[in-house]
Design a binder for this molecule. Structure first.
Ligand code: 0RQ
Length: 502
């Protein structure tokens, strides 16, 4: 540990995870590092879950509130949820066990725009933060923290928490040092100043996180890697969606609505996102820039191939083989990857200034272009809004993508009315399914509906949607025609019969 922790004060506070967990009392609010399966603490959550179980066995209550950057891993959210140790969770979760408890009403889940979290915490909107548990890869001789594979909200947690526990992960390479860009210029209103980032690959901060050493109550050594992210090879639907997007971008460039130098790219997580990035690998655009929140395998491929010059993100979330390549060639990637706090990677001011091309997956869209990214059948949380809203509302172009049907065709992902809305019609520009692409820019609601039905709906559902729209147009107001008694009947039918088809 002494090799990694080059500061005596910090070293003197080293202890086991079990000892450190004693600093996390029942009822505490805990800020964990971690973003999309990267950079999460590996030991403390397990120790806390074990402590919770022994407290419960002894008949004592033990639950904590857990704030993170975004999703973590089964050994964090999964274990804490299974141990009934979480009362509140924010701002994003993709763990199946935690999802189950959220949907059972056992965890209060607060689904937030990822760019909002740090500032809402600072404003005091979320309450006090008792303990920050942050993974790092080392401490410099000056007492600065070398961040790990994700930055997320770590800067903010370190600033506002009463106590800090550091997990020093000796498995992750120390040569991550220098990859990060931690910006310390975000003051609170009314003293805010512009964030001086004018190109996606600018560095405006410092490579290290700062912490008041007096707050550090424990330093714990860990030695295990981030979770492996598994990507399947892009299927035919994903590939078709990717082709539509790339053709559309080339078309826009040809007609002067996109500059000749492609604007920076944000890509959501998942297989469609990776298929689009794979498509860009062989596409006509060069000198690409990434300005996104999660750097996945697809972007690493673009960097390696020289198609992408640099990528800015808040986390690196890779499959095992991509991670091996990353670690082996870390000097190459350090020149090309910039990891920032999520309040910067997702900042609306920057997304708009830089003219980001935003691409995110969704659960369903309605005929007017409202988008549901989070809820199944209106009531069950899937993952959360994540950064999709930060990018969709403020991007230069905003794509939402999905296969046109789910569950072997029993569910249409294009519906009369969304069962939950995350992105309103005002924030969505281009909807893409394997059936085609609907460019909604400059269209009225009725024009949008026809474009979505014609280009995005699955043939099994297209006549049903057309029938709904035609009948809605025959009665009532004509701006956004709906049949309110029928608008959510497709979802109800699915709940009743397991199939949206009549
Ligand atoms: O379930 O695997 O059980 O069959 O939902 O759907 O098509 O595999 O797509 O993995 O890309 O996830 C929106 C959830 C899409 C994700 C969402 C079922 C479907 C399948 C997954 P099965 P797919 P993906 C950057 C941006 C919000 C956050 C975001 C997400 C499962 O992309 O969480 O954008 N986005 N962040 O069968 C019922 C429907 C359905 C449906 C799909 N209409 N009804 N089930 N499914 N459509 C990242 C971050 O912010 C960190």
């Amino acid at each position: 540990l002494a090799e990694r922790v080059r500061h005596a004060d910090f070293l003197s506070r080293s202890m086991t995870a079990e000892q450190a967990a004693q600093h996390v009392a029942h009822g505490a609010t805990v800020g964990l590092s971690g973003f999309t399966g990267a950079g999460y603490p590996k030991a403390l959550p397990q120790a806390i879950a074990a402590h919770a179980q022994s407290e419960h066995k002894a008949g004592r209550p033990y639950r904590i509130n857990v704030w993170t950057g975004a999703s973590t891993a089964p050994e964090v959210d999964g274990l804490l949820a299974a141990a009934d140790a979480m009362a509140q969770r924010l701002p994003f979760n993709s763990d199946a066990m935690a999802r189950k408890k959220i949907n059972a009403g056992e965890i209060d889940y607060i689904d937030m725009h990822l760019s909002h979290v740090a500032q809402h915490a600072w404003f005091g909107f979320l309450g006090r933060l008792d303990v920050a548990i942050i993974e790092i890869v080392g401490v410099t001789a000056d007492g600065l923290l070398i961040p790990s594979t994700a930055v997320g909200n770590n800067k903010t947690w370190l600033e506002i928490a009463d106590k800090v526990i550091l997990e020093v992960n000796t498995k992750l390479p120390l040569r991550l040092e220098g990859m990060h860009d931690i910006y310390y210029g975000t003051a609170l209103p009314p003293r805010r100043v512009p964030i001086s980032l004018t190109h996606a690959d600018n560095r405006i901060g410092e490579p290290y996180l700062q912490v008041d050493p007096r707050k550090v109550v424990a330093v714990v050594e860990t030695h295990s890697g981030d979770r492996d992210n598994v990507f399947s090879q892009p299927d035919a639907n994903s590939q078709r969606i990717a082709e539509y997007i790339i053709d559309f971008l080339a078309h826009e460039m040809k007609h002067g609505r996109l500059p000749q130098q492609m604007l920076p790219i944000q890509s959501g997580v998942g297989n469609v996102a990776n298929a689009v990035l794979a498509g860009l690998l062989h596409g006509p655009f060069d000198n690409l820039l990434g300005f996104t929140e999660v750097l996945q395998d697809g972007m690493l491929d673009l960097l390696r191939a020289g198609k992408m010059k640099r990528a800015s993100a808040t986390a690196i979330s890779l499959s095992r083989s991509a991670y091996e390549d990353f670690e082996k060639n870390i000097d190459f990637y350090r020149e090309r990857i910039i990891l920032r706090p999520q309040e910067i990677s997702n900042h609306p001011e920057l997304v708009r200034r830089l003219g980001i091309i935003a691409m995110n997956s969704m659960i369903e869209a309605d005929i007017y272009g409202n988008v549901n990214s989070t809820h199944l059948m209106g009531s069950s949380m899937m993952n959360g809004i994540g950064g999709s809203g930060d990018f969709a509302r403020n991007g230069y172009l905003s794509f939402f993508v999905t296969p046109s049907v789910a569950k072997d065709g029993k569910i249409s992902c294009i519906v009369p009315m969304c069962s939950h809305v995350d992105h309103t019609e005002h924030d969505t520009q281009i909807i893409v399914t394997e059936q085609g692409l609907a460019d909604l820019r400059g269209l009225s609601p009725r024009q949008r509906a026809q474009a979505i039905i014609d280009h995005c709906a699955h043939p099994d559902y297209r006549p049903m949607l057309q029938d709904y729209f035609d009948r809605a147009r025959q009665q009532g107001a004509q701006h956004t025609p709906h049949l309110l008694g029928e608008a959510l009947s497709w979802h109800q039918r699915c709940l009743d019969t397991g199939d949206m088809r009549k």
